[in-house]
Design a protein around this ligand. Structure first.
Ligand SMILES: Cc1ncc(COP(=O)(O)O)c(C=O)c1O
Length: 290
């Protein structure tokens, strides 16, 4: 899937149909994965849940001592301008990356280094048919580092787990660390048991997803009890319903794990109720479309 032609690179906009941005070989994002990123949703060209994504972006930067050379207000202006410059009015996502910039290769970073920023838009429809039917997942060992709460560029364990799951016919990998189910390779995970939601607490072992936080607030509104506590694979297999959440996949039912059906093998009523509440939010976002 090709991105929209105009990209934000540093403090300027580059039309990639005319010229490609120059990235140094000694860019730390490339050599060390020394940086962080965000993926923000656009519905009808309008930002969805932008503020919590920015809060997490700034937290990620702070946690790795990456100091931006631009203000948050400036970044927001650039993101809006990116949408405008591309005249983007569809459903899509913005990929935004900030790395520690260019420096002669050395593990020790210079905290004063000028970060490299870039962002681009990719068109992406809502995955409505998978949301209706649900997906299959395969469990994989969670071999990631112990700061999964930082949205870092280092995604090798996620990449390997998802590829391994895909080779076994699964759409998502469900991470398990020491017998505890943490999250998906690019999503958070929830199970439903006896009418209540269960999800791993937002510790350093998972990324505190923006849709995870949003779904918790929807559950609160719908008066669905929520337990942020740890559980194992057996609890998942005995659950009534399961689903993943993420910016591009929204509330995605998991109907099979490692070949075993979850509940009745189709998405359940609580999953559908949360999907419906999520869709209402999408409708509200679209109301702001030009
Ligand atoms: C490991 C991981 N967990 C959870 C998520 C979901 O986060 P969000 O809801 O902010 O998209 C992602 C999204 O990319 C992720 O990579």
């Amino acid at each position: 899937m090709r991105h929209e032609p105009i990209v934000l690179f540093g403090d300027s906009f580059v039309d990639t149909s005319v010229q490609q941005p120059y990235i140094s070989l000694e860019e730390r994002g490339l050599q060390f994965g020394d940086g962080i990123y965000e993926v923000v949703r656009l519905y009808s060209g309008v930002f969805h849940l932008l503020e919590p994504h920015l809060v997490r972006l700034y937290r990620s930067m702070e946690e790795i001592e990456l100091k931006p050379t631009f203000s948050k207000a400036q970044l927001v202006r650039w993101l809006y301008e990116l949408v405008e410059q591309n005249q983007f009015r569809g459903d899509g996502m913005i990929y935004l990356q900030i790395s520690r910039g260019v420096q002669p290769r050395n593990h020790i970073y210079d905290p004063q280094n000028v970060p490299t920023l870039y962002a681009y838009i990719v068109g992406k429809e809502r995955p409505l048919s998978s949301m209706q039917q649900g997906i299959k997942a395969c469990s994989e060992q969670d071999i990631r580092w112990l700061r999964c709460d930082i949205k870092s560029l280092n995604l090798l364990p996620n990449v390997m787990a998802r590829t391994s799951a895909e080779r076994k016919g699964c759409t998502e990998a469900l991470f398990v660390r020491n017998g505890i189910v943490t999250e998906g390779s690019h999503s958070n995970f929830f199970l439903v048991k006896n009418g209540a939601l269960y999800t791993h607490p937002a510790t350093h072992l998972i990324l505190n997803g923006i849709v995870r936080q949003y779904v918790l607030s929807l559950a609160h509104t719908l008066e669905i009890p929520v337990h942020e506590e740890m559980f194992g694979l057996r609890d998942v297999l005995q659950a009534d319903e399961c689903f993943f959440t993420a910016t591009t996949s929204e509330v995605m039912p998991m109907v099979q794990l490692d070949g075993t059906a979850i509940g009745t093998g189709v998405p359940g009523p609580i999953t559908y109720a949360l999907q419906e509440a999520f869709s209402e939010g999408v409708k509200n976002t679209r109301l702001h479309a030009l």
